[in-house]
Ligand binder design. Structure first.
Ligand SMILES: CC(C)(COP(=O)(O)OP(=O)(O)OC[C@H]1O[C@@H](n2cnc3c(N)ncnc32)[C@H](O)[C@@H]1OP(=O)(O)O)[C@@H](O)C(=O)NCCC(=O)NCCS
Length: 173
C-alpha cells in the first residue's frame, strides 16, 4: 500500500536524503565520485526548501509514502526549462529510495504528476535521463520515446544525457 501526496515544506530534509542516497547508490561509475561526494543532505535540503516554496505556483512536487507513512520517493515537475517547441512540461526529478524501487512508487508518482500537468493545460512532456542510466527504460515502459541528446558537465567530466518525450502529457484515470 503506497500513498501519493503533495510535498510540504517540512518534507525538504527527507526529500534531500532520498535525493542524495539515490544519486550515490545509482550513479556511481556514471557521475564522477567528486560530484557525488559534494552532494550533502544539508546543501540539498537548502535547495529543496527553496524549490518547495515555489510549490503550487509553477512547480509540482509530490512524495510517495510506504505503508508506514515513510517518504521513500518524490517527483518534481513543471514548465520545460529549455527551448523545444515540441514540449511544454518537464519532469525535473524522480527518485525512489533504493530499497523501495520496482514496487510501483515511480509509476504512481509519474501518473499523479502527469495528471496535474495535464490539468494545467501544458502540452507535451519531457525528461532528461543519463544515457548510461539503466533506469531510462522506466520511461520507455511508460510510453516515452528518445527525442534528443545533450552533454552536461559534472565535476569537469562530460556526461551524455538522453531526452525522453511524450507528444501529449499522458492522462490516467
Ligand atoms: C527510475 C525509478 C524512478 C523507477 O521507479 P520504480 O518505483 O523503481 O519503478 P516502478 O516499480 O514504478 O516501475 C514501473 C515500470 O517500469 C519498469 N522499470 C522500473 N525500473 C526499470 C529499470 N531500471 N529498467 C527497466 N524497467 C524498469 C518496471 O519493471 C515497471 O514495468 P512493468 O509495467 O512491466 O511492471 C527508480 O527506480 C529510481 O529512482 N531509480 C534510480 C534513480 C533514477 O534513475 N531516477 C530517474 C532519473 S531521470
Amino acid at each position: 500500500m503506497l500513498t501519493i501526496r503533495p510535498a510540504e515544506l517540512d518534507d525538504a530534509p527527507t526529500i534531500a536524503r532520498v535525493h542524495v542516497d539515490t544519486w550515490r547508490s545509482s550513479y556511481g561509475g556514471i557521475i564522477p565520485q567528486a560530484y557525488l561526494d559534494s552532494m550533502t543532505e544539508q546543501n540539498r535540503t537548502f535547495v529543496w526548501v527553496r524549490l518547495l516554496e515555489r510549490q503550487g505556483h509553477e512547480l509540482i512536487t509530490l512524495v510517495s509514502e510506504d505503508h508506514n507513512g515513510r517518504v521513500v520517493g518524490f517527483i518534481s515537475a513543471g514548465p520545460l526549462r529549455h527551448r523545444d517547441a515540441r514540449f511544454q512540461a518537464e519532469i525535473s526529478s524522480l527518485y525512489v529510495a533504493r530499497g523501495f524501487q520496482r514496487a510501483n512508487h515511480g509509476r504512481r508518482l509519474f501518473m499523479a504528476a502527469a495528471n496535474r500537468l495535464a490539468v494545467k493545460g501544458l502540452k507535451g512532456l519531457f525528461v532528461w535521463v543519463l544515457a548510461d542510466n539503466p533506469s531510462r527504460d522506466f520511461y520507455a515502459r511508460l510510453g516515452g520515446e528518445p527525442v534528443s541528446e545533450a552533454t552536461r558537465s559534472f565535476a569537469g567530466k562530460p556526461v551524455k544525457e538522453l531526452g525522453y518525450g511524450w507528444a501529449d502529457v499522458p492522462r490516467y484515470d
